[in-house]
Ligand binder design. Sequence first.
Ligand code: GTP
Ligand code: MG
Length: 454
Amino acid sequence: MNCSDTICAISTPAGIGGVALLRLSGPEAKTLAESVLTTPKGHRMTLQPHKAKFAQLHHQGALLDEVVATWFEAPHSYTGEEVVEISCHGSMYIQQTMLQLFMEQGARLAEPGEFTLRAFLNGRLNLSQAEAVADLIDAQSSSAHQLAISQLRGGYAHKLEQMRQQLVDLSALMELELDFSDEDVQFANREQLKALLAALQNEVTVLIDSFQLGNALKQGIPIAILGRPNAGKSSLLNALVHEDRAIVSPIPGTTRDTLEETLTIQGITFRFIDTAGLRSSDDPIEQQGIDRATMAARRAAIVLYVATCEDQDIAQQINTLKENIDLTEKQLIVVLNKSDIATPPSVSLPDTNIVALSARTGQGLDELLDRLVTNYKTNRSQRDVILTNARHLEALHHVDEALKQVSEGLAQEMPTDLVTIDMRDALYHLGTITGQVTNDEILGTIFSRFCIGK
Ligand SMILES: Nc1nc2c(ncn2[C@@H]2O[C@H](COP(=O)(O)OP(=O)(O)OP(=O)(O)O)[C@@H](O)[C@H]2O)c(=O)[nH]1
Ligand SMILES: [Mg+2]
């Protein structure tokens, strides 16, 4: 990985815009910028640290554009290197000519994510924070944004650092004994060690458990709409997204394949999945649809079970549902549809949200949305940090495994040097998250996700 040269890229999206931003980073960034730019009076440009300067840019003897250039003196820049940012008018022609000019002067076109990679290599960000930058750029809802910010500067970043520190302390306690292993002494108080270890294992487990929620928030919370044929599932989906997305008909068994639509409410993205009505069917295609419905329900975080206000056997329907789908890790909301043609029956289902509504008139729909948002907020507030990154999840599973070995080693009073090996293993895997331990392959995979110019 070559970080000794000066890279350049357009950091704003490809295409025409009011302004575009060209970014240079590397030892020659300032010199290159000064060699290409002039003052408005045509004199040589001298950039000053952290000051925006109005400048002109000439190409083949003619004025190309009037720009604003800012020099961020190393190490006080995003990458930790000399950085110059030049804002120009957002014409494709100006952008491309300017890039070409800098490349003719010796700058190299940056790879995707190379600015952030350099920030990581120069210690401006750890690896998990660098990944958060990509998530932050990708964030399309307030909840996804919140998660990315927490990973960049907030609770998640602190939690990882705290856990690493605890592990380092634990290791240090044990390694100390190894230095004196000939003398057969135990410096570290075993009970204290075990307690520290148990606390750490608990934190790792909590973090691992939060992944499901984190992933749901990032991608949109999956909500499966289930129910018998004709209950009005497709009508409900259409009403929720204000669009005739799914075919609705009085013929039971209309929906065959699952159909998904997203909706962002109060900054939270939900993925509603309409499914085939549940019943026993001889039609192999309908049966496939029903199997898909069951699969969708298994993957969902929330099940919206749609029955109608006319149904007399709601409790029984819910029992059948629970027999077929394990709802322990999910949230169940029972919708009593068609409240425009019948009075909602009184059903008592312990620990279950029930909402009566009419997909046809829209009455009661807001209450359903309120329920979804409130439930999300309660769920979210129970966790201070949330894991969203699959790479981190895998690493934490390894950490968990290694800590279990340590714990068993301590319980069985194994020699300290053996237990220490597992401890180092835990530290190693935790280090792959924050980047204390890394290799070119990991970095290549992570930074290729980025856009050019970031
Ligand atoms: N009166 C009334 N009719 C409704 C309401 N919601 C749906 N319907 C009607 O119920 C029938 C079935 O609606 P769908 O939305 O296709 O039902 P579904 O649950 O998707 O049915 P399948 O796809 O066959 O499983 C249609 O004739 C709808 O017009 C409602 O709130 N009130
Ligand atoms: Mg349908």
